[in-house]
Ligand binder design. Structure first.
Ligand SMILES: [Zn+2]
Ligand SMILES: [Zn+2]
Length: 254
């Protein structure tokens, strides 16, 4: 059996770890191309307690292809993509769950419950491969994994925040929740899911997404993406990469 390091290694050649900085949305890591605010975060519902993408998913590029294919394909190709993505999540959680827990204000290094964002389309809600991937394949998650949310009966636009889109199956009694999704585009589904978790009494809710979707051709995105570390640095994440103050050597202070 290949190891998590072996299965995740090829992703290091094309993943692009988001970093905080100028013209990057502080809430959802969208590339903004200037000082203007982020439209999705201004209009997309209440913010999560923390959100961190493992990588950017650039439209038409390799991670985007993988994130689409693991859901659409069958048989051996689907298995290949699912094991790869599970290894990426496994390696990321083992190294950086505590960073996200800290950012979300969870007391301790880990979330009490791990769950996934169900499909916003009711007909797909029972067969989402992400549930199987996180619940069965990802070592650090499977012991805490629970299918907490379901798509409600309420009609809802898949691209808009809605408090009624999802409902929790049980009372969450202050428990901290790590909400995993494969892709974040506007964040509408993750934020709708978080609202349902909070309505059921959840404590801190943080989202971890594999790919934060962006288009290379928009704004200054190509320049901003080229400035990110390559190959991918598994030792750093979007949540533990807060800008450290520069060490001063010449002003006489200790
Ligand atoms: Zn944003
Ligand atoms: Zn980290």
């Amino acid at each position: 059996m290949p190891t998590v390091a072996e299965l995740s290694a090829p992703f290091g050649n094309f993943m692009l770890g988001p970093r905080r900085g100028q013209a990057v949305c502080p809430l959802c890591f969208d590339l903004l191309g200037g000082d203007g605010g982020c439209y999705s975060c201004a209009h997309g519902g209440p913010p999560l307690d923390a959100m961190a993408p493992i990588s950017y998913s650039v439209a038409g590029e390799q991670l985007h292809h993988t994130l689409v294919s693991y859901k659409r394909m069958w048989g051996e190709p689907a298995r290949h993509f699912r094991f790869g993505l599970a290894a990426v999540l496994w390696r990321h959680l083992a190294g950086h769950e505590h960073c996200l827990a800290q950012a979300a204000g969870v007391g301790g290094d880990a979330f009490a419950v791990v769950t996934t964002v169900p499909s916003s389309r009711r007909e797909r809600a029972h067969t989402h491969p992400l549930q199987q991937l996180v619940g069965d394949l990802v070592g650090p998650a499977r012991g805490r994994y629970a299918r907490v949310l379901e798509r409600s009966e309420a009609p809802a636009d898949p691209h808009r925040f809605s408090e009624a889109k999802y409902a929790a199956r049980r009372d969450l009694a202050g428990r901290s929740i790590l909400l995993i999704d494969d892709t974040w585009t506007t964040g509408a589904n993750a934020r709708s899911a978080a609202a349902a978790l909070k309505a059921a009494g959840a404590g801190a809710v943080a989202a971890l997404v594999i790919g934060r979707h962006v288009n290379r051709g928009w704004h200054q995105n190509d320049r901003q993406l080229r400035a990110l570390t390559q190959p991918f640095d598994w030792e750093r994440c979007a949540a533990c990469d807060e800008e450290k103050p520069a060490v001063s050597s010449g002003d006489g202070r200790v």
